[in-house]
Write a protein that binds this ligand. Structure first.
Ligand code: ZN
Ligand code: ZN
Length: 296
């Protein structure tokens, strides 16, 4: 049986290459370090279908250093650096599950978070680092005991982004109101991106008025995600981005299989349908928007 035969249930089988885009775009948010294969392979595969640029996002110190190194080595890769909203509380409180590299060493308190933030600050100054993130708030994975550390870390990242003139990349999970509040209180950087946009059409209006970019991931294709499609339908054309958040959120019809930047065209086509525009028009806008959003 060919490896990509329909009906195959192997969750580890990479989906087939989609039809190439005629207008090249960027994957505005990916995690190459969590995907299988080499960076060269991932970039070549993506470029073969018109995904010629990727933004590699750091989630902890090791991942942020790796993102910066990779962006220095490849013209097609831009980096962002941060402590993920779920990482900050682990640094302060320790990590009972041993999930994270820093947290596994045990509780480090506020001093450990400050130390980690100082390293993010240092990395954020590098020219190939275009953004600070993903940062923000995640009330899905972090419980009430981690909220304080999470918000403190978020505010610090906003400050770092502004001081270095870098783009802020927001991770907002089940925390829309508080994310918007913190941004308002701190004063958002000139360029702010809501990665894996998860708000509804009403919030898209708020983001539009504030000039925040909204980056849509593969979950916009999910059957139960009508709220995301409603938001995408009303978002201003100049503020819409596309991303994979790979290896997560593989678009339909490949949901559940490994995601990678080469699958961006699948999401772009679904987005074009939602917005009622042709693929090339949307791809041109996405390419220009991503370059503007990350200042490259
Ligand atoms: Zn995220
Ligand atoms: Zn991510």
């Amino acid at each position: 049986m060919p490896s990509n035969a329909p009906g195959r249930s192997d969750k580890d089988t990479p989906p087939p290459l989609p039809e190439p885009l005629r207008v090249p775009v960027a994957d505005s948010h990916t995690h190459l370090d969590m995907q299988s294969g080499t960076v060269d392979e991932a970039l070549a595969k993506a470029a073969s279908v018109g995904v010629t640029t990727v933004v590699q996002v750091g989630c902890d110190l090791a991942g942020s250093r790796w993102a910066a190194e990779t962006a220095a080595a490849y013209d097609a890769v831009h980096a962002t650096v941060a402590l993920h909203p779920n990482e900050a509380p682990r640094i302060v409180l320790g990590d009972p599950d041993g999930w994270s590299r820093q947290g596994a060493r045990g509780p480090g308190g506020d001093a450990a978070l400050d130390e980690a933030l100082a390293e993010i600050d240092r990395l954020a100054a590098l020219p190939q680092v275009k953004g600070v993130g993903e940062t923000g708030l995640d009330y899905f994975r972090t419980g009430p005991e981690g909220k304080e550390a999470q918000e403190r870390s978020f505010r610090a990242h906003v400050e770092i982004a502004k001081r270095h003139g870098k783009t802020l990349v927001i991770h907002d999970r089940d925390a829309h109101a508080d994310v918007l509040r913190v941004l308002e209180e701190e004063g958002a950087p000139e360029r702010t991106v809501f990665h894996c946009y998860s708000g509804d059409a009403e919030m898209a209006g708020i983001c539009a008025r504030a000039g925040y970019y909204m980056s849509f991931a593969g979950n916009v294709t999910f059957k139960n995600a009508q709220n995301l499609r409603d938001a995408l339908a009303v978002a201003p054309a100049e503020l819409v981005l596309v991303e994979t958040d790979a290896p997560f959120l593989t678009p339909v019809p490949y949901r559940g299989r490994p995601n990678a930047p080469y699958l961006v065209p699948v999401t772009v086509r679904a987005m074009a349908e939602v917005r009622g525009v042709d693929e090339d028009t949307l791809a041109s806008a996405l390419a220009a928007n991503t370059a503007r959003a990350f200042g490259y």
